[in-house]
Design a protein around this ligand. Structure first.
Ligand SMILES: Cc1cc2nc3c(=O)[nH]c(=O)nc-3n(C[C@H](O)[C@H](O)[C@H](O)COP(=O)(O)OP(=O)(O)OC[C@H]3O[C@@H](n4cnc5c(N)ncnc54)[C@H](O)[C@@H]3O)c2cc1C
Length: 510
């Protein structure tokens, strides 16, 4: 039996602990020996609080019990993201984790909706989507698995406290034998013959050797960026936000089962409801607003009293030219950053981990594995990038220079083609791999105000009266199904109330 592969993870943020949990949870002990190094002095970003439904698969894969994880991370359910004031001031739409309507005769529902609109009907496409209607009513229930039933037409994700999630995964990993070392990496030694990483040195003087190094050191990108000097592709011209201020506030009002993103003068503000507090932040472009003005805007737009001072964060949209180079794989912020508008960072961590597990190398690394890993990561990054740019670019706001800049900027050719196809005949090409699926594109296209010039002529195969009758019946069944769901707060309380939420409730009651 060959000696186990020595894997060294540098960093204990969400990326580091997700890697650790996956490796100790999924790989047999004799195959690899995993160590994680993190520095308490440096700390973690800790603001990744909204997720995509895929995280449920990750948690299930490593064997996490949902209610336990939710209780320990103050988590709530998420059915989508509401975008307020994005296309134009006064607008609101939800990007749901679910579909709008049902195809008829193999043709997507929105093609019929387009014909009905052109015929003078004023139906809102959101009324045909269960997770949207449920979100607007603050309702939640688990989806069913009876394919075709209305309650099987959506998925869900979570909002959680990112610091607690990292802690939860740490406990999980250490219980399964992971060795964690607290310490600061102060030096990286490269092998003379091939430039691979031989070892890292900690401030304690300890030298840790490894066969495979996973760089989860966050924006510092200590191994991939600094030691191996892999360059960074800057996407700021398309995604100009480069700073954020994050602040939690008291929880007030109903517990919404969705994230809210409100467009502001120089960026956008997030609102993420947790069981015991609400997370908020203003993501903005320093070209268009000062830090002080951004802080004032954020603090003036909270639901309840701020629980801390706003915490500043700086970043640059883009990605490393390679996510796997020599014997180092960068995961998380060390591999790139795309703003959290669509909650994609943790998803990108998950994708990197899943692909690494599939392409796990031996001590001698086959270059084909490296090439394939980088190709898969690139595809994901570019698809998310295009989707994010769409939110900024397709706007008709005339109240602030950021929005004019974004409307007038050149966009990547891949996005330009997608927009043209939709505007021509409502066509949305389904990707073979990666985010996002057509229902997501549809919600943002329509929500941002784009409309197809024509509908698919196959729609004319059905009589108009039948189309509108089907639409009416569908809208009624969506409304009924949403009203039959539980109140989100009551559901969370019953399923996974956290100690902090219970204290809050008792404090409020007394
Ligand atoms: C404003 C903002 C909002 C975000 N919101 C979301 C969201 O809603 N949803 C989402 O999916 N993602 C979001 N993200 C992204 C998300 O926060 C990150 O993807 C996630 O936290 C992973 O971070 P990380 O583990 O890569 O880095 P970090 O959390 O920064 O962790 C880095 C680790 O490396 C360690 N380290 C660094 N240098 C050294 C050293 N020299 N020696 C030893 N250890 C070292 C640190 O101690 C730390 O443990 C957001 C990001 C930002 C900036």
């Amino acid at each position: 039996m060959p000696a186990p592969l020595r894997v060294v993870i540098v960093g204990g943020g969400t990326a580091g602990w997700m890697c650790a949990a996956a490796l100790v949870g999924a790989v047999r002990p004799g195959v690899c020996e995993v160590r994680l190094v993190e520095s308490d002095e440096i700390g973690i970003v800790g603001v990744g609080e909204a997720t995509l439904p895929q995280i449920k698969e990750f948690n299930e894969y490593i064997g996490v019990i949902e209610a336990d994880f939710m209780r320990k991370t103050n988590a709530t359910f998420k059915l989508g993201i509401e975008f307020v004031d994005w296309g134009f001031k006064g607008s609101s739409y939800i990007h749901p984790f679910g579909v709008h309507g049902k195809p008829m005769g193999g043709v997507p529902f929105y093609q019929y909706w387009t014909k009905a609109r052109q015929g003078g009907r004023t139906d809102d496409i959101e009324d045909f989507c269960l997770p949207i209607v449920a979100s607007r009513l603050n309702r939640f229930d688990f989806p069913t698995t009876d394919e075709g039933g209305i309650n099987s037409t959506f998925a869900y994700a979570y909002h959680f406290d990112a610091n607690l999630y990292a802690g939860f995964l740490r406990e999980f990993s250490e219980a399964r034998g992971l060795r964690r070392t607290e310490g600061k990496v102060i030096d990286v030694t490269l092998r003379a013959q091939d430039g691979h990483i031989a070892a890292i040195t900690l401030n304690s003087g300890e030298v840790i050797e490894g066969d495979l190094f996973i760089d989860c050191s966050g924006f510092r990108s200590l191994l991939m960026g600094k030691a191996l000097e892999v360059g960074y592709e800057d996407w700021t011209p398309w995604l100009p936000c480069d700073r954020a201020l994050a602040v939690p506030c008291e929880r007030t009002g109903p517990l919404t089962p969705y994230t809210r993103s409100t467009a502001r003068e120089a960026g956008w503000q997030w609102r993420i409801p947790l069981q015991h507090r609400t997370g908020n932040g203003y993501v903005y472009s320093s070209r268009f607003i000062s830090d002080d003005e951004a802080a004032a805007t954020l603090l003036a737009n909270l639901d309840g009293a701020a629980l801390d001072d706003p915490r500043p964060l700086r970043f640059q949209a883009g990605r490393r030219e390679k996510s796997w180079h020599r014997n180092c794989v960068a995961v998380g912020l060390a591999s790139g950053f795309l703003e959290p508008l669509e909650s994609t960072s943790i998803y990108l961590i998950q994708v990197a981990i899943t692909n690494l597990l599939k392409l796990m190398p031996a001590r001698t690394i086959d270059p084909a594995l490296v090439e394939e890993f980088n190709r898969l990561v690139d595809v994901e990054y570019e698809r998310v990038r295009d989707f994010l740019i769409l939110h900024y670019h397709a706007n008709t706001r005339d109240d602030a220079p950021l929005w004019t800049y974004c409307r007038e900027m050149d966009v990547p050719e891949s996005l330009r083609r997608r927009m043209s196809l939709f505007q021509h005949r409502g066509h949305i090409h389904k990707y073979g791999q990666g985010l996002f699926a057509p229902p997501s594109w549809l919600s943002v296209f329509v929500g941002q105000g784009l409309r197809p010039a024509h509908y698919d002529p196959l729609v004319d195969n059905l009589p108009y009266e039948r189309i509108v009758a089907e639409m009416d019946a569908l809208r009624d069944s969506v409304a009924l199904a949403a009203r039959s769901m539980s109140d989100h707060a009551a559901f969370v309380d019953d399923y996974c109330a956290s100690p902090a939420a219970v204290r809050l409730r008792e404090g409020v009651a007394s």
